[in-house]
Design a binder for this molecule. Structure first.
Ligand code: SAH
Length: 247
């Protein structure tokens, strides 16, 4: 009996010491698996919470979505830094703070349907997909549209639809939208986008001359009009296609 008890105690001790031994190793492994955890945390604390990003859902989405997956290999080390990065084809993935700010301004609800103009890397679309019900995103550059589509599918997003095309015309089949976001600048809001926004819906975009600093504006649809509010100066790549014809 005593011998049995001793044996049980010995097995218990052996198991306990094995667990103690495993625990720090596991922690080390998880740090090794995610070398971006520290820069992502710094982005969250300094560049988002340290400014005016307060919406918990936006902060959670910014923490969850791995921005380094949306940039080229040689730029991954800068993926969580406070500036835009090149995407190729002369386009850029916006600074994380601006992505968070635009998302926060839209005050999205879980069931909302969003239209994005300018898919680019697909990063903003992923953030929106974390916050809303369905994201429809239009990209004029075929390579970018295809790459973003593949990446987002691989990441498991099932509520994002991407199409190659000119966002000037919107996406009538899925209208009306609760919110519209343009991630390329224009000096006139395309009229079809206003038409495809629901009454009371919000639109956010960089408004202004392509070669100057633009103003990020938030519009709320009231009847056929928009009530506009200036948010902050920004600099985005210009909207191409039909929007250029008016210049
Ligand atoms: N939201 C993107 C960044 C977009 S950069 C991200 O999170 O990575 C702006 C994008 O707008 C570019 O990819 C550019 O090709 C696209 N674009 C420019 N004009 C457009 C238009 N008329 N319709 C749709 N996309 C357009």
């Amino acid at each position: 009996m005593i011998g049995d008890r001793k044996k049980t105690a010995a097995v218990f001790l052996a198991l306990a010491s094995l667990l103690c031994f495993l625990e720090p190793k596991e922690a080390l492994n998880s740090m090794e698996i995610d070398p971006f955890a520290a820069p992502r945390r710094a982005m969250l604390e300094n560049d988002l919470k340290g400014r005016d990003i307060r919406d918990p859902a936006v902060l959670t989405a910014m923490e969850k979505v791995n921005r380094h997956l949306f940039v080229d290999e040689n730029m991954k080390k800068d993926a969580y830094r406070d500036y835009p990065l090149p995407l190729g084809a002369g386009q850029t993935i916006s600074q994380p703070y601006i992505v968070a700010l635009m998302s926060q301004c839209l005050a999205l609800r879980k069931q909302d349907r969003i239209l994005e103009i300018g898919t680019g890397s697909g990063y903003q679309a992923a953030i929106l997909a974390e916050l809303a019900g369905a994201v429809y995103s239009i990209e004029i550059n075929k390579t970018l549209a295809d790459n973003a589509s593949k990446l987002l599918k691989k990441m498991g997003y099932q509520n994002i639809w991407i199409k190659e095309g000119d966002g000037f015309f919107g996406w009538a089949e899925h209208a009306p939208f609760d919110a519209i976001i343009l991630t390329c600048s224009t000096d006139k809001i395309p009229p079809l986008l206003i038409k495809q926004l629901r009454e009371g819906g919000k639109i956010i975009l960089p408004l202004g001359d392509t070669f100057q600093v633009q103003t990020l504006v938030l519009g709320i649809k009231k009847g056929a009009d928009l009530i506009l509010k200036n948010i902050t100066p920004v600099r985005f790549v210009p909207m191409r296609g039909e929007a250029e014809k008016g210049n």
